[in-house]
Design a protein around this ligand. Structure first.
Ligand code: GLN
Length: 240
């Protein structure tokens, strides 16, 4: 075990933590321990003291009402989050927080919830929701599998690149085949499930970046991912 813990910040677990998204934190902390590293999970909720430093950030989805509750705090910490992202801190934000890491989300009632513009992406609620299993092709992680459930339709601007291309499912907006966004070591995505239990390659990429950010060397252990492989197979075989 390394003496220095990897600090994992869970962003807004009270309001932004839906459809099992907390599973992403669980997977990252467990896999880091299996790889031989100590982990400290820090919960951050609105108006807590924002930690001076951490190595990895995870944030989940939430209802429009949850997004409204955290929006002022997110705008306040946004400049610091952007600095940390530029320094290479790995981050994974899902659905509701993915939308607010972009320029903003306009709800079905026409209310605009502003975001922090870490991603060049704009989201507007569409008619109906995109719901179901989804598979992506990604350059770095191969096939990524998850579950989407959102009203927001996201369009990427020229400064954002997608997390993946939709092989089956709706993705960012059901029209342009993109899903999610990437900048620096930050991944935004609509994929719940939660995402990481079924996608160990994504989990270990985030874990490696976090270990390196902590100034430690990445020496991964051999992990038996049979359960993850079975879960991927079952999710792929199920209709939306
Ligand atoms: N409220 C947002 C939407 O429906 C986000 C939903 C979510 O995080 N699951 O698009």
């Amino acid at each position: 075990m390394s003496a220095k813990p990897i600090k994992l910040l869970q962003l807004y677990p009270r309001e932004m933590n839906i459809y099992g998204d907390w599973g992403n934190t669980l997977v990252l902390s467990e896999r880091l321990r299996w790889h031989g590293y100590e982990v400290e999970v820090i919960d951050y909720n609105p108006e807590d003291d924002f930690p001076a430093d951490f190595d990895l950030l995870v944030g989940g989805g939430g209802q429009d009402s949850g997004q409204n509750k955290i929006k002022d705090d997110l705008l306040a910490i946004g400049p610091r989050l952007k600095e940390l992202a530029a320094e290479g801190v790995p981050m994974l934000v899902i659905c509701g927080l993915y939308q607010l890491f972009g320029h903003g989300f306009t709800t079905a009632t026409g209310e605009r919830i502003p975001g922090i513009s870490l991603f060049d992406a704009e989201t507007v609620a569409g008619e109906g929701r995109l719901i179901g299993n989804i598979a992506l092709d990604t350059e770095e992680f191969g096939q990524v599998i998850g579950y989407e459930n959102h009203s927001g339709l996201t369009v990427l601007g020229p400064d954002a690149r997608p997390f993946g291309r939709v092989a089956a499912g709706g993705g960012n907006n059901r029209d342009d085949d993109t899903e999610g966004a990437r900048v620096h070591n930050v991944i935004g995505s609509y994929l719940h499930g939660s995402l990481l239990p079924k996608n160990p390659r994504v989990a270990d990429w985030l874990a490696q970046k976090a270990v390196e950010h902590a100034g430690l060397e990445w020496h991964p252990a051999q992990i038996d991912d049979t359960f993850a492989e079975n879960a991927r197979r079952v999710a792929l075989s199920r209709p939306r």
